[in-house]
Design a protein around this ligand. Structure first.
Ligand code: ZN
Length: 449
């Protein structure tokens, strides 16, 4: 999940500064102050939903509830959960009439369940997102304008003439975008050189991309790259990832958890605590009977956005598993934001291309094809991948052709791509919450590459 900021995000300086100042203060709030903030925002969202959004109007009516009945966060449970299937089915009826006025834009993500879903995000949601990252990065000493590197592929895929570039630097924002699709043994020296030449002080990326970059640096005996901090996101951070990244780049790694739909955000503090950003959204953890042996504080994450007024997601089932911190002990950093104990996010395999590149974000390809209900890509040998697709009726030969073209951009022409069609139930099998979109059958011995 790259940080999707553009120059347009700077068009609202007053709103940005106001939100930034608030978040600076609120991180030190007591639990009562945080809850009071949440309930005020929630009541605003609920009354918008009740008065103007057809889907929610019906939900309130079917359950005999009025927004005024919900006066505490815990009472949110009186409303039913919102699943991805419902969002797909009720997409139009979930939109607020103010979406256009709020500059809402449609996005699509597959999340960790592998099934793409579309939704709207608006200006208030973007302001919050910008300030949320700003605050988290500042915990590691970041100041706006500091030289920042990020592994991403979106920019390079979008701009055909840039697709084989190693990096793109924006002088205006001080941001170096590193092409994650070019990460490999043949390019690591060039990537390191760009980082040195632009004096990059912070690095952001998917946990696995950062890990393979560290591994490639180690193999190439690159020891002089160091950052003030590295930020990982978008995937489960394995302990082996953290230790290699921190030792290779001589700094602390700050992990975070979020999702494209932006109902919940969790970020790691300098003392290693994983804090729930209470001002961002409301996190609930609900029990899952299929995990009956799990600790009582663990379950499926359900989020409610507090800042998206174009399509508010209320009790949205995120499907990642989270274990709350039952001790309720404050973090040694002094922040009042509550803690979680453990999170279990996306954990995909890496695809290694015939030309020696490590492609860690291939799963994002499927998000741009609206006819895909579920997809999996498996690397069966060094030169072949098998793509299994469950598609809706609007899938066509020309869409398959477009998909092949995009996969070629990611994997190169030397990789054979076979596509088979199946249905979502067969593809998902029995692993409803642990579906892997990317599977490798190669025996990758990571430590030695
Ligand atoms: Zn802390």
């Amino acid at each position: 999940m790259p940080v999707d900021f553009s120059i347009k995000d700077f068009f609202y300086p007053i709103a940005l500064i106001k939100m930034r100042r608030f978040l600076e203060k609120s991180q030190w709030y007591s639990s009562d102050q945080l809850e009071s903030y949440q309930i005020n925002r929630l009541r605003e969202i609920l009354s918008l939903a009740y008065e103007h959004i057809p889907y929610y109007r019906q939900v309130f009516s079917d359950n005999g509830i009025h927004p005024d009945d919900i006066t505490e966060i815990d009472q949110l449970k009186r409303l039913p959960v919102l699943t991805k299937d419902i969002v797909r089915r009720e997409y139009r009826r979930l939109q607020s009439p103010f979406a256009e006025k709020l500059h809402a834009k449609a996005y699509c993500t597959s999340g960790s369940t592998g099934a793409p879903v579309s939704f709207l995000l608006d200006k208030p949601a973007n302001i919050l997102e910008f300030c949320y990252y700003w605050r988290h990065w500042s915990w590691a000493g970041y100041r706006l304008g500091a030289r920042f590197g990020e592994f991403t592929c979106g920019f390079f895929i979008k701009h055909e003439h840039n697709k084989n570039d190693i990096a793109y630097f924006s002088r205006l924002t001080g941001r170096l975008q590193l092409n994650s699709l070019m990460l490999g043994e043949h390019t690591v020296l060039k990537i390191a050189e760009r980082i040195r030449s632009y004096s990059i002080r912070f690095l952001n990326g998917l946990a696995s991309t950062l890990y393979y970059f560290a591994l490639l640096c180690k193999k190439a005996r690159i020891t002089d790259i160091s950052f003030c901090a590295v930020f990982s996101q978008g995937e489960m951070l394995l302990p082996a990832y953290r230790s290699l990244i921190e030792s290779t780049f001589h700094c602390k790694l700050y992990d975070s958890y979020g999702h494209m739909e932006r109902t919940v955000a969790i970020s790691e503090c300098p003392d290693g605590g994983y804090h729930i950003n209470s001002e961002y959204g409301i996190l609930e953890v609900i029990r899952d009977e299929s995990h009956s042996g799990e600790n009582a504080t663990g379950g499926i994450a359900v989020g409610t956005s507090l800042h998206n007024f174009s399509m508010p997601l209320i009790r949205y089932v995120i499907n990642d598993r989270i274990e709350l911190d039952a001790s309720n002990s404050p973090c040694s950093c002094g922040r009042g934001l509550p803690l979680i104990k453990k999170l279990y996010g996306r954990n995909e395999d890496v695809i290694i291309t015939p030309d020696g590149r490590f492609v860690t974000d291939i799963f994002t390809v499927f998000e741009s094809f609206s006819g895909i209900e579920l997809a999996r890509i498996e690397q069966t040998d060094a030169r072949r991948v098998l793509v299994s697709l469950a598609c809706s009726n609007n899938w066509s030969n020309s869409t398959e052709y477009s998909l092949r073209r995009v996969l070629e951009k990611y994997l190169g022409a030397e990789m054979r791509v076979d596509i088979i069609y199946t249905d979502a139930q067969s593809l998902r099998g029995t692993c409803a919450n642990k579906f892997k979109m990317v599977v490798s059958h190669l025996n990758v011995k990571s430590e030695g590459l």
